[in-house]
Design a protein around this ligand. Structure first.
Ligand code: NAP
Length: 451
């Protein structure tokens, strides 16, 4: 545990605007609503944050894990943080020390010895004070007990998935390239993967990294920096896309990866700005270059253990990580490493389902495919959760096997429906869902990536 700070100092929790990809995960995770955002930044309200760390493990970039020691009276307010392009530097320990001692003396003058002791618990000697401040400024967490409390709070409040990877997942690399130092990739392919007659234009985009090292695992994502500036003249923020290819590349032996990107005709709120980066990507031609940051993500990862089962549930372009994992398994189909693969995939129609053709060519004894079509003419509207309910017994058998990991990716709205369907599968068999759900979360076996 870190040495305690004087009461007049605060170890303030901050989000690095240069690394943050504005994915909203932290705001969703915070159990006490201390995180908020405007059109520019995600920020932490110092009046609300208790440093519980609940938001830290789920953050895909690590931008959330930033701390500055500062006098409480000068804590960075929400409005200050909204205006930042970069984090302020940590103020020198010596000046903080002097300021805190001045506060302690003022308090002692006003309120007596007990106030003085309370104000400066770590100041037995100047050396110990400096050491305490330096370690507080440098260390990530404010307090070990709070971390445990916070992670537990996140599990309870968010109540959906794991904040740890499967124990057998390979080690992921994250943040190798940042806003300040992106890597430039070259487009080597851009193909439509929805039917030509479908309304949705979903593209399979292949990026080559040339000589640059860009290691990714299935389930990780990358950030794309669209060119140009926003209305305030600032460079656009990065947008996050899941990698759709396995770790050895879209083409094995090549230093490349693929993305699944849908052209946006108008944002869900009618705001065309939503599609800024997706449309930029969809319009890229072979040999164009694109600035990339990342990789991101250290929990939504596939198990490495032999015989692991994958239960994959996705909608639309949320199929990207499922394609990556399925392709990883397909490439090693001859071996005995694969367990069972079960896929629930939702799209409006067959024609709008990305990768429909290649998917349907996969052998039934390799992957159990369940398509939920919501607007197929002449058919009842089906969502993935409806099919999970229909296949409840098979789904439950997988959930009860500790070699199974579950992945949910796609529309935010599907989360509740999918969780309800998984609960239904357990309950109809007389099983306690809360126990099973907690085990899935604790063991890093249930993962969500929804927007
Ligand atoms: P979409 O075409 O809008 O929807 C796919 C299917 O999901 C449709 O059949 C839709 O039905 C259905 N659906 C709608 N609400 C649902 C709900 N509450 N529960 C279950 N199914 C529901 O999908 P999309 O435009 O491709 O969007 C995919 C999402 O994945 C986006 O939010 C995207 O940000 C996210 N995502 C993308 C990536 C990536 O790398 N590109 C990665 C991760 C996540 P109806 O429309 O008929 O109601």
């Amino acid at each position: 545990m870190n040495a305690p700070l004087p009461a007049s100092l605060l170890k303030q929790h901050l989000i690095d605007p240069e690394i943050c990809i504005r994915c909203n995960t932290c705001e969703e995770t915070c159990p006490i609503d201390a995180i908020t955002h405007d059109g520019n930044n995600y920020v932490v309200n110092p009046d609300v944050c208790n440093g519980c760390m609940a938001c830290v493990p789920p953050c895909p970039t690590g931008s959330i894990d930033n701390w500055r020691v500062i006098p409480r009276a000068r804590a960075y307010g929400v409005d200050d943080q909204f205006g930042w392009d970069a984090l302020p530097p940590q103020e020198p320990v010596e000046s903080l020390l002097a300021e805190a001692q001045a506060v302690a003396q003022a308090v002692a003058g006003q309120g007596g010895a007990s106030a003085s002791a309370d104000a400066a618990p770590a100041f037995a000697t100047p050396e110990s004070a400096s050491a305490a401040l330096a370690s507080a400024a440098l260390a990530g967490a404010p307090d070990d007990a709070l971390i445990e409390e916070g992670v537990a709070a996140a599990a309870v409040v968010v109540n959906r998935g794991a904040t740890v990877p499967p124990w057998s997942a390979a080690h992921p690399y994250v943040n190798l390239y940042t806003h300040k130092e992106p890597v430039v990739a070259t487009v080597v392919g851009n193909y439509r993967v929805t039917d030509d007659a479908a309304d949705s234009d979903v593209r399979h985009i292949v990026l080559d990294f040339g000589e640059a090292s860009f290691p990714v695992l299935e389930g990780q994502s990358i950030g794309i920096l669209p060119p140009g500036v926003d209305a305030r003249g600032r460079p656009h923020h990065a947008r996050q896309y899941s990698v759709a290819s396995p770790r050895d590349g879209e083409r094995p032996g090549y230093n490349n990866l693929s993305l699944t990107v849908k052209r946006v005709a108008a944002g869900r709120d009618g705001n065309t700005h939503d599609g800024l980066c997706s449309n930029y990507l969809c319009d890229l031609a072979k040999h164009d270059t694109v600035r990339v940051i990342g990789p991101f993500g250290n929990t939504f990862l596939m198990p490495g253990r032999s015989g692991a089962n994958l239960l994959m549930i996705c909608t639309g372009t949320g199929s990207a990580p499922m394609r990556a994992m399925t392709e990883r398994c397909r490439r090693r189909m001859d071996g005995k490493e694969n367990g069972k693969l079960m896929l629930f995939f939702g799209a409006r129609t067959r024609r709008e389902l990305p990768y429909f053709g290649p998917l349907m060519k996969l052998p039934a004894d390799f992957i159990d495919i369940n398509l939920a079509l919501s607007r197929e003419p002449g058919q009842p509207k089906r969502y993935v959760q409806d099919l999970i309910v229909e296949r409840a017994a098979d789904v439950l058998a997988l959930l009860n096997d500790d070699k199974t990991c579950v992945y949910v990716c796609g529309l935010k709205g599907m989360e509740t429906g999918v969780l309800d369907a998984l609960e239904h599968a357990a309950v109809q068999a007389g099983q306690d869902w809360s126990i099973l759900h907690q085990a899935l979360c604790r063991q890093g076996r249930l993962h969500f990536e929804t927007y």
